[in-house]
Design a protein around this ligand. Structure first.
Ligand SMILES: Cc1ncc(COP(=O)(O)O)c(C=O)c1O
Length: 372
């Protein structure tokens, strides 16, 4: 089976992890945590990086650090992974949804303003599948209404918006380092920011609100244990050292997919806006009616031929968990619904080989030809 995604790890990761074990630095203190935070923040053109246990806790920590709480609203896209919405819920605040744009799959910036109320505290754009959101209009709205911008950059390490790194444009950027991400720690997350106050608050909150630099058990606010271990950071640092190669591999794979699939009727390919650098975290396609077979049927046919795929996100307004909470029940976001119905991703690992991509293309072509 060609997996939809697997990590690209090697000798360096082993060397750094072995160093942690041999030197006994296996918990959340240690040189790799500091170095990973410093270097990844710098990579995003940010002054501060604060590691966490995963991307979900990075999102929660970001919102907690700007005091999002009960009574507040946070604007998010409906077409996203559920962690974005859960992070808002963890704060006791209300997620407010906006539809997607059909081309980039990202939040439709033109539809944000109508959702802003006096309770809105932040806008949380999510850069979907490797392509940056159109950030200028979002930053403009945030300025006009005095809102924070917290970027969910879980899927876009190294992606760019007008030459700036996605995640480094808003007030805070949140990353995931889950095993299928462009760089991984196994599990892990990080927030990056240029705001010293936010960074300080996040550092304290992620460590049970211990007073800064002191080993005394006196706490002035509720904190969390979101500490990344030195072992995770060791893997992350080794991965960061080869991020350029990892991104180039994903982009090269995407070009080959594009070249092969561009003439297959009924498949819409991912795009790259002229202001963006797409890192193709997932090579995501849409199966249109013209293809002649449903997305689900194609997925199961591919599986029979040893090709693993994944269907796109189910929008937030269609999630039973939120309906049970009385949220979004009668809301409609037609683009998100369409993307969810038609979208799937093909194998997308950085380690994917040219012959595997050609096999995937030949298989899709044969499935289509056999329909005639
Ligand atoms: C857009 C988005 N946000 C947040 C997350 C959560 O990250 P994690 O799985 O590391 O908690 C993911 C995970 O894939 C994601 O895709």
């Amino acid at each position: 089976m060609i997996p939809v995604c697997y990590p690209f790890i090697g000798e360096k990761e082993l060397e750094y992890v072995t160093d942690c074990i041999k030197t006994n630095w296996i918990s959340s203190k240690g040189k790799y945590v500091e170095e990973f935070e410093e270097k990844f923040a710098k990579y995003c053109d940010c002054n501060y990086g604060i590691t966490t246990t995963n991307g979900t806790t990075a999102l929660h920590l970001a919102l907690a650090s700007i005091n999002v709480a009960k009574g507040d609203e946070v604007i998010i896209p409906s077409f996203t992974m559920i962690a974005t919405a859960f992070a808002v819920i963890y704060c006791g605040a209300k997620p407010v949804l906006v539809d997607a744009k059909a081309d980039t799959l990202n939040i439709n910036a033109k539809k944000i303003e109508e959702k802003i109320t006096e309770r809105t505290k932040a806008i949380m754009p999510v850069h979907i599948y490797g392509h940056s959101c159109d950030m200028d209009p979002i930053m403009k709205l945030a300025k006009k209404y005095n809102l924070y911008v917290v970027e969910d950059a879980a899927e876009v390490h190294g992606a760019e918006y007008k030459g700036k790194k996605a995640g480094g444009v808003g007030d805070i950027g949140c990353f995931s380092f889950y095993a299928n991400k462009i760089i991984t720690c196994g599990e892990g997350g990080m927030i990056v920011t240029n705001n010293e106050k936010i960074a300080e608050k996040a550092r304290s909150l992620k460590n049970l609100s211990f007073p800064k630099g002191k080993r005394i058990y006196k706490h002035y606010s509720v904190g969390y244990n979101y500490r990344m271990t030195n072992i995770q950071a060791a893997i992350g640092l080794a991965q960061l050292e080869k991020i350029v190669e990892l991104i180039e591999r994903r982009r090269k794979n995407a070009y080959l997919y594009n070249m092969l699939l561009k003439d297959v009727e009924g498949i819409t390919l991912p795009i790259e806006k002229k202001w963006a650098k797409n890192v193709y975290w997932m090579y995501s396609i849409l199966i249109e009616d013209k293809f002649g077979m449903s997305r689900d049927k194609l997925m199961s046919k591919l599986k029979e031929e040893g090709i693993e795929t994944r269907s796109s996100f189910i929008p937030m307004h269609q999630q039973p968990v939120f309906h049970k909470m009385g949220l979004f029940k009668r809301e409609k976001y037609p683009i998100a619904e369409e993307l969810s119905k038609k979208g799937m991703y093909l194998p997308s690992s950085s380690g994917l080989k040219e012959k595997e991509i050609r096999y995937i293309f030949d298989t899709i072509k044969n499935i289509k030809e056999n329909l005639k």
